[in-house]
Ligand binder design. Structure first.
Ligand code: SAH
Length: 393
């Protein structure tokens, strides 16, 4: 018999709307023995069955729902069905790329489970107690769907601490190549699955790389927070005059330099700088250096609600600096991947930066995570990456 979790009166509303989280504060009582990752039945205060979820004793998100039906059995075929469903939903993206997010956690009905598909390789992140508990079933399902793919786990991320889990990086099946080559919208990229950030590549920026690159022809481009050169390569392939890429990661920049030859791009079109973007932009401002197109794709500045105000200051600072380095009529492509910062607030922060820089900005395009990172309608938290492409007078 599964243990049961009974909610406080009135706290079933979000589950009735199929939001997948139950916070600790919503729980009135529990019955039965509960271990980390165990499947529990969730009941309303009136005893109505709301569904099945996994128990996360350490996290404020105490239960993550696997299903809103009590009849579901959380066995290996459950994971097979959910992953198969996610794969079917991604048939279109295959025309654009051979690397994409196969499972986007809560958005694909698998809380805490992220799986990226690369040529010959699957890279997973298991970030909740429930995902951790069912690792073997997930691997079984992946082997069934992709018998010839190796499987790597990159759960070496701090967020697991919130679930009381240690960081893990391990091979789950097969041999893991040190590098793989992917083809995204005609551009080739080397990806290091073992050492790279996240699962190796920022797949979520695919559609924005294409849009931003379409503005790059004959432009002098500055790519801030370049990582391994996603925007750099696409801009050069679209005819940019020159791209300067700045990042604080040496290994990322080494890989960036190798992407040029891979795409038959002359190395003299690209300059890389291993530097802190904030300091570098200030230095260039002093020197009066100017660019035609500036890309700002910083890491997440806000990890918690308490950090949002400080994050806004960071976003405002880099956006203001970037605007001061833009030629009149230049373009700014600016992003925030902090899910806790709303799109509306981000737009205001960039508008404030423009005021302080004394520049007029016209927002031309809104950008967002690509379609292989879908947002479940019942889970607005799934939307995290927003961007603005603006013309600067
Ligand atoms: N635009 C990239 C992804 C950027 S991820 C792409 O399309 O692939 C964010 C990057 O910012 C990481 O590579 C990280 O090394 C870098 N970074 C973080 N803080 C930095 C700082 N203060 N200065 C320079 N780079 C920084």
């Amino acid at each position: 018999m599964s243990a049961t979790v009974v909610l406080q009166t009135g706290r079933e509303k979000s589950l009735l709307r199929h939001h997948p989280w139950v916070f600790a504060s919503a729980i009135k009582s529990t019955q039965g023995r509960l271990h980390s990752g165990d499947t529990v039945i969730v009941l309303s205060a009136e005893g109505k069955i709301l569904g099945l979820g996994s128990w996360s004793p350490e996290s404020t998100i105490r239960v993550r729902m696997w299903s809103f039906s009590a009849d579901e059995v959380i066995d290996k075929t459950f994971f097979l069905r959910r992953i198969q469903h996610a794969l079917t939903a991604r048939q279109l993206i295959k025309q654009n790329t051979d690397a994409f997010r196969l499972v986007a956690a809560e958005n694909d009905g698998l809380p805490g489970v992220t799986i990226d598909l690369y040529p010959g390789l699957l890279v997973c992140q298991l970030l909740s107690a429930g995902a951790e508990k069912h690792r073997d079933k997930i691997v079984w399902a992946l082997r069934k769907l992709f018998p010839s793919h190796s499987i790597l786990e990159r759960s070496d991320v701090a967020i697991r601490e919130r679930e009381g889990l240690e960081p893990v990086r391990q091979i789950l099946y097969g041999e893991i190549p040190e590098e793989i080559c992917i083809t995204e919208l005609g551009a080739k990229f080397l990806v290091s699955p073992l050492e790279g950030h996240k699962t190796g590549f920022y797949l979520d920026q695919r559609s924005s790389r294409a849009l931003v690159a379409s503005f790059a022809r004959d432009k002098e481009v500055l790519n801030c927070f370049s990582y391994t050169g996603g925007f750099t390569v696409h801009c050069l392939l679209q005819g940019a005059k020159h791209v300067t890429s700045v990042d604080s990661s040496g290994p990322a920049l080494s890989l960036l330099q190798r992407q040029l030859a891979l795409n038959n791009l002359p190395t003299e079109l690209s300059t890389t700088l291993n530097a802190d973007v904030f300091a570098q932009l200030r230095q260039w401002r002093q020197q009066g250096r100017l660019f035609d197109l500036i890309i700002l794709d910083p890491p997440k500045f806000a990890e918690s609600k308490q950090q949002v105000t400080r994050a806004c200051r960071g976003y405002k600072d880099i956006n203001m600096l970037a605007l001061q380095l833009l030629r009149p009529g230049g373009f700014l492509a600016t992003f925030s991947c902090s899910g806790l910062l709303s799109e509306d607030l981000f737009r205001k922060v960039v508008a404030d930066a423009a005021l302080d820089a004394n520049r007029q900005l016209l927002y031309l395009h809104r950008m967002a995570q690509d379609q292989d990172h879908p947002v479940a309608a019942s889970y607005p938290e799934g939307f995290y990456l927003k961007g603005l492409l603006a013309k600067c007078e």
